[in-house]
Design a protein around this ligand. Structure first.
Ligand SMILES: Cc1cc2nc3c(=O)[nH]c(=O)nc-3n(C[C@H](O)[C@H](O)[C@H](O)COP(=O)(O)OP(=O)(O)OC[C@H]3O[C@@H](n4cnc5c(N)ncnc54)[C@H](O)[C@@H]3O)c2cc1C
Length: 386
């Protein structure tokens, strides 16, 4: 077990940090205020290979692995959680899912375009009445000769309205429940596919989110990902991968909250001294430092496991996702208090970081769902990984 980064990871981290500082930081406040999606920055991230870490070179990736992916995600999210979302829409939720379950034609057609960000991707599981209970989805894909007819709608889909390609889950045989679910690669510009206006969110305001409406669209059977009825298994693997990114994204958010707290506490003077000199502020800082590092180590552990070829680490991924999300939320509360009145002002980024922090606990599987996976495994009721 080695807790030190190799030279390769250090260089990668520095590259991502520099990119975030030069390319994202100057416009992040204005973009978040205007709810502007900075497509140009996503393109630059694609050019630098940020979306290609867990993807072989054959499909346009760089094969640096899952830990490299987590390091990049953390550094991007440290400056913008909105842009941190793209590590899932371009890589884990789409490219990696196609890599693991697609045929050769699908892999060579879609993955290079997604990894380079020439095309934008989305993955669509959630529906208005199917959130944590994914099996409650109503979207159907009915086989008609050589094609499928997909009808239904999806809700809260990141990048839906800007995406070129979507991984969409639907029932090909609703009677079979989990065994009757399938996954499709959808052309988001196809006739019959439409999106709602942006759903408008508390945080991550530069990352577009919308509903998708599928009005009986005709999809060739060649767009089926994996086998008919394999959709639920594909979704579970997709959850593992996107939750790993989600954990790293929350760690980036935690680090940003810590950065701002340290800066402010050493500048703000009250009662004749920096507020950082007060023991109660130091106690808060100590907890923030320790919890951020603990969250980071949990995220790195599951990424390293994946790099070593461990694919059944659902439990460790859920632990990382749950812990990092809850720490981000707790830290946002503490950071807000350290900044006092200035935490409420637009002059400092704490308000944005606080709004961003709340979202980790909801999406990519809520904290309760992660705790359910962890506890039922510990209790011996149901193994986290199959
Ligand atoms: C910004 C944003 C982006 C998103 N992007 C995507 C995307 O790209 N693709 C996609 O498919 N989805 C996406 N989602 C949807 C997201 O994954 C869901 O919101 C999430 O799975 C939770 O579903 P829900 O909001 O319907 O909550 P619900 O499932 O209705 O849960 C409500 C509350 O009940 C709790 N709860 C539910 N079931 C249980 C249980 N069995 N035990 C204990 N507690 C329970 C939950 O923890 C939560 O606290 C996004 C959501 C947001 C907010």
């Amino acid at each position: 077990m080695d807790f030190e980064f190799s030279e390769e990871y250090r260089i990668l981290q520095k590259t991502a940090q520099e990119f975030a500082r030069k390319e994202i930081a100057p416009s992040v406040t204005a973009d978040e205020r205007a709810r502007h999606f900075p497509r140009d920055i996503i393109s630059k991230m694609g050019e630098l290979g940020f979306f290609g870490c867990p993807i072989p070179e054959k499909y346009g990736g760089n094969n640096l692995g899952f830990l490299a992916h987590a390091i990049i995600c953390e550094e991007i999210a440290r400056v913008s959680c909105s842009l941190g979302v793209s590590l899932n829409t371009q890589t884990m939720g789409t490219s990696r899912t196609i890599l693991e379950f697609g045929n050769e034609d699908q892999k060579s057609k879609y993955i290079p375009k997604l990894v380079s960000a020439k095309w934008l991707g989305c993955f669509a599981i959630t529906e208005s009445d199917a959130g944590s209970d994914v099996a409650a989805m109503r979207t159907t894909a009915i086989k008609e000769g050589g094609h499928y007819r997909i009808s239904g709608s999806k809700a809260w889909i990141s990048f839906a309205q800007v995406a070129d390609v979507g991984i969409v889950f639907a029932y090909t045989d609703p009677k079979l429940r989990h065994q009757g679910m399938s996954a499709f690669i959808l052309d988001m510009h196809a006739p019959g596919v439409s999106c709602s206006p942006d759903q408008g969110k508390l945080g991550w305001r530069s990352a577009p989110t919308a509903e998708i409406f599928l009005d009986g669209i005709k999809v060739s059977a060649s767009q089926l990902l994996g086998k008919p009825g394999q959709g639920f298994a594909i979704m579970m693997r997709c959850f593992d991968n996107i939750r790993l990114t989600a954990a790293a994204r929350a760690v980036g958010n935690c680090q940003a909250l810590l950065d701002e707290s340290l800066k402010y506490a050493t500048q703000r003077v009250q009662f004749g001294q920096e507020i950082a000199r007060f023991q109660m502020i130091q106690e808060t800082i100590a907890r923030m430092v320790v919890e951020t590092d603990a969250a980071r180590l949990l995220a790195y552990r599951c990424a390293s496991q994946k790099d070593k070829g461990v694919s059944n680490n659902t439990r460790e991924i859920s632990m990382a996702k749950y812990f990092a999300s809850d720490v981000a939320s707790r830290m946002a509360d503490e950071a807000f208090k350290i900044l006092g009145a200035y935490g409420c002002s637009g002059q400092y980024p704490i308000g944005r970081l606080l709004r961003d922090a709340k979202l980790h606990q909801v999406l990519d599987g809520s904290s309760n769902i992660q705790k359910r996976i962890i506890s039922t495994d510990a209790l011996g009721y149901r193994k986290a990984h199959n």
